[in-house]
Ligand binder design. Structure first.
Ligand SMILES: CC(C)(COP(=O)(O)OP(=O)(O)OC[C@H]1O[C@@H](n2cnc3c(N)ncnc32)[C@H](O)[C@@H]1OP(=O)(O)O)[C@@H](O)C(=O)NCCC(=O)NCCS
Length: 181
């Protein structure tokens, strides 16, 4: 299946992407994208000149997932977002998008790719606790109770390198992961 940049998509395909983005984001973090306009905004942010992006197309050349990333500072790029349509998940598209955006970052001189994944659904042991207490012990002993993207990232070779307490509300952290490029 082909990979193209976001700016290669026409208006209808971008709109289709916004719909599948909203649906997939709701499963991961219900409060992340409140409505379709928020999903459209994610896409228009990723179309900015300082961002790189890739979209995976099905054989009918319709978008089924996408990724964006850009320079965060110095030799660090931040990946956000990564979305695969619900009905196309677990078929390797997510990992393929990650590897491709990592390649672009590396080509641009990045040494590190970083990202944050929030836990607002009590999916891990980092949710609903005081992360200022025993922070590093909690990170070292993280348990994932139900399906959560943090396991996808670990399978993709990312390491947990930190956590931002209460990033999405009291007891709802953002888990920071990174990978050497
Ligand atoms: C996370 C997401 C992008 C993964 O995409 P995907 O196409 O389903 O992932 P892949 O098929 O490439 O999976 C690669 C590996 O990760 C594993 N994996 C994928 N999602 C997983 C999950 N939720 N929990 C545990 N493992 C997972 C796969 O089983 C596979 O492992 P394997 O190589 O041992 O078989 C997709 O589920 C998604 O869009 N979710 C909603 C949005 C989201 O959470 N984005 C990330 C926010 S930080």
């Amino acid at each position: 299946m082909a990979l193209v940049a976001l700016d290669a998509l026409g208006k209808n395909d971008l709109e289709h992407l916004a719909h599948l983005t909203l649906a997939a984001a709701r499963e991961h973090a219900p409060e992340w994208l409140p409505d379709l306009d928020a999903a459209r905004e994610e896409i228009s942010d990723a179309l900015a000149a300082d961002k790189a992006s890739r979209v995976v197309l099905n054989p009918r050349r319709q978008p089924i997932g996408w990724v964006s990333a850009g320079l965060s500072w110095e030799r660090v790029w931040e990946l956000h977002p990564l979305i695969v349509a619900i009905e196309h998940q677990r078929r390797g598209h997510g990992l393929r998008l990650v590897r491709e955006i990592e390649r672009l970052a590396k080509e641009a001189g990045a040494l590190t790719m970083t990202l944050g994944t929030s836990d607002t659904i009590n999916a891990t042991s980092l949710s609903g606790v005081d992360l200022y207490d025993d922070t590093f012990k909690r990170l070292a002993n993280i348990e994932v109770h139900s399906s959560h993207a943090v396991d996808f990232w670990r399978r993709a070779g990312y390491q947990i390198v930190g956590v931002i307490p209460d990033a999405e509300g009291p007891g709802k952290p953002s888990i920071t992961l990174a990978r050497r490029l």
